[in-house]
Design a protein around this ligand. Structure first.
Ligand code: ZN
Length: 286
């Protein structure tokens, strides 16, 4: 199953180009809000099994928003691929990798323009994103996938000056500028994927490959993250986990490289889809 946020309305995809409006097709049993559906995830999945898809309509990809637009919590995981830990100058973590937040106000959809902060060093980090379907406390790793509603492509955009300025790093602020948490193009349930523990992911700038990796390289897997996070924090339906990025970010390059106005960033996870963003300078009224 794939669900999407189309112009702010919860939709069930019947193909890459046609979707069913859930509120209309369910005669109001479910609301149009894409975020609320995770609160009734099992009930919704049961309804989808017998939903009449005859009223599916073509949609415009530019209307796609984040399939989890307003989660209560957004977790982001650092140093979760060995090659990225190395390029960042850290040893690979032995326990739950460093965990921080991207505030939900940074979430945006899979297409469109993103404004670069003035004077910043804005970097790319393609990531697999997991959205929680069933709330969780103290989940065993073996049960981790059962708490995941689905997967999406994410970009953990990061302004490195704000992030790394001393005396201690500011991961939350450096990674939470407006539009710094694109998620999309839709949510894919794990059962749609041949092997949800081994997905290819990557990104390119203006057609030049920047990152390529596979999620089997995650030091802490998706179910491992659900277990590790839920050992400390209560996970709510609809919460978002950015699972970490493979090597190839601008910070780890020699010379270092940052996103520039006019750059087009394409991010993908095989089996899920791709996102496409164009960057622009802030309009300071000049
Ligand atoms: Zn990241």
């Amino acid at each position: 199953m794939r669900i999407a946020n189309i112009a702010g309305r919860l939709s069930l995809l019947v193909s890459d180009t046609k979707a069913l409006d859930v509120e209309q097709a369910s005669a109001g049993r479910f609301t149009s809000c894409p975020q609320e559906i995770y609160e009734r995830w099992d009930e919704f999945c049961a309804w989808v099994q017998q939903a009449d898809t005859a009223s599916a309509r073509p949609f415009d990809a530019s209307d796609l928003g984040s399939p989890a637009p307003t989660p209560r919590q957004v977790f982001a995981i650092g140093l979760n691929y060995a090659d990225h830990a190395t390029e960042s100058g850290f040893a690979a973590p032995e326990h739950l990798p460093p965990t921080f937040t991207k505030w939900p106000s940074a979430i945006t959809g899979p297409y469109g323009e993103i404004t670069l902060p003035d004077g910043g060093h804005t970097d790319w980090e393609v990531e697999l994103v997991a959205v929680i379907g069933r709330g969780a406390t103290s989940v065993a790793e073996a049960s981790g996938w059962a708490h995941v509603a689905g997967l999406a492509v994410g970009q953990d955009l990061s302004e490195r000056i704000t992030q790394l300025r001393g005396p201690a790093p500011q991961f939350g602020l450096g990674k939470s500028f407006p539009q710094f948490a694109p998620i999309g193009p839709w949510l894919v349930t794990p059962d749609e994927l041949d092997n949800p523990d081994d997905l290819a992911l990557g990104c390119s700038i203006n057609g030049e490959t920047m990152q390529e990796g596979r999620t089997r390289g995650l030091l802490c897997s998706v179910p491992g993250l659900v277990a590790g996070l839920s050992a400390v924090v209560t996970l709510f339906p609809g919460d978002v986990i950015f699972t970490g990025t493979p090597a190839g970010v601008g910070l780890g390059r020699d010379p270092q490289r940052w996103l520039q106005p006019g750059d087009e960033l394409v991010s993908y996870v095989t089996g899920i889809g791709e996102m496409r963003h164009r960057f622009r300078a802030r309009d300071n009224g000049k």
